[in-house]
Ligand binder design. Structure first.
Ligand SMILES: [Fe+2]
Length: 272
């Protein structure tokens, strides 16, 4: 699958990782698409040496030896910040990290994992809730933490074309163009991220879940929560008019669109 293969997206992640290291980031705060807590609960990984849950169709050689670097100090800080805002939040000392997080870190930082804080989503999939999570952790950006959300612009496993993958291990095969509902929702996501900023970005991102094609593009809501988290982290009034860019994009299994966006920009001078 894409997370294990060479792709434009993977090259872009590496470029983003190199730039983050050149800016001497203090660490990464990341929300993926596969860890959702029940009720009104959210959790952060406090596992000091997390295992990696295996991923289908990716050779384990690509990830087993990579050493993850949980940032337990920042994790505790994030738990306090979120608790202060009223979230029902705590640490999870046994959670194994999942491919949506560790494969991205491997691609971005092949030379070693920066200190990383892993945040869960919540299984009620309330867009405003996840937005608020991002808004709560936003001040960390000022301290030179990089905030990452991983999910998908269009991600409906029921509507993917699996045959080339199952028969030839070819996840990027495009025997036909992607279907119209996929193209349309992918465009809506790009329009929101590229053409809005600040609070308008937050409003537009939450509203995407009411888009007539949302349910076609996302059979379940889980792969969209990280986008809301990021919009919360990068959609303050102070962020108005800060640029966003689409750095790469790969369609997989015909109808699944993996678009890569960077919101905000680094200060002009490299800080040493
Ligand atoms: Fe996924």
């Amino acid at each position: 699958m894409m997370l294990g293969e060479e792709s434009d997206s993977a090259n872009y992640w590496k470029k983003c990782g190199d730039e983050a290291l050149a800016r001497k980031i203090k660490g990464v705060v990341i929300m993926g698409a596969h860890w959702d807590c029940m009720g009104d609960r959210i959790e952060l990984s406090t596992n000091p040496s997390p295992g990696k849950s295996p991923v289908a169709y990716v050779n384990p050689d690509k990830y087993v030896d990579y050493k993850l670097n949980p940032d337990l100090e920042t994790t505790e800080r994030c738990i306090e910040m979120l608790a202060r805002e009223g979230f029902n939040v705590g640490g999870n000392p046994t959670f194994e990290w999942i491919h949506d997080v560790y494969l991205i870190l491997i691609r971005m930082f092949p030379g070693g994992c920066p200190p990383t804080t892993l945040v869960s989503a919540n299984a009620r999939y309330d867009p405003h809730f996840h937005m608020k999570m991002g808004a709560t952790l936003r001040p960390l950006r000022r301290e030179n933490y990089l905030i990452i959300g991983t999910g998908g612009a269009v991600h409906n496993l029921y509507r993917n074309r699996w045959a080339p993958m199952l028969r030839f291990r070819d996840n990027f095969a495009l025997e036909t163009p992607p279907e119209d509902w996929a193209m349309e929702f992918r465009q809506a996501v790009e329009d929101v991220i590229i053409k809005t900023s600040g609070p308008q970005l937050r409003r537009a991102m939450t509203r995407l879940m009411k888009h007539p094609r949302f349910r076609d593009a996302h059979a379940t809501d889980d792969h969209f929560m990280a986008a809301l988290f990021v919009a919360g982290a990068a959609g303050d009034p102070e962020d108005q008019n800060t640029p966003a860019m689409m750095g790469a994009e790969d369609w997989e299994l015909t109808n699944m669109c993996n678009s890569q966006f960077t919101l905000g920009r680094w200060p002009k001078e490299v800080a040493f």
